[in-house]
Design a protein around this ligand. Sequence first.
Ligand SMILES: [Zn+2]
Ligand SMILES: [Zn+2]
Ligand SMILES: [Zn+2]
Length: 131
Amino acid sequence: MAVIRNTRSVRAVLEIFNSSKNPYSSVQLIDYFKGEMNKTTVYRILDRLRDGGVLHSFTDKNGLQWYAKCQDGCSSHEHVDLHPHFQCKDCGKTECIDVDFTLPSVGGHKVESAEFLLVGVCVDCLEKSSF
Ligand SMILES: [Zn+2]
Ligand SMILES: [Zn+2]
Ligand SMILES: [Zn+2]
């Protein structure tokens, strides 16, 4: 059971996620807080927020970890945000995709989490390339 202490550092991380529903990669966050917190602290806060049902995370095609704000219904017991994530292979833009998908049933196993990464070209990059 994760207890999230509402320290100044935790609040600073939360502020970023509250101001935008876009995902941020661990590298972006570490860079953002450079000079304020070290890498280990950033990772520890992200882990804690994920265990607490505040953030969900996924891995991109390069193995990089991304974090985004959870929707209502997530708790320290369970994450209910089963949506795909999209990553643009041209500009690297990454987003939560608000569609439901159903997990395939896998004979008798209890599935607790799933990651579904869609890779392609985003709207902006498509527009640019059409000129
Ligand atoms: Zn969640
Ligand atoms: Zn793009
Ligand atoms: Zn998401």
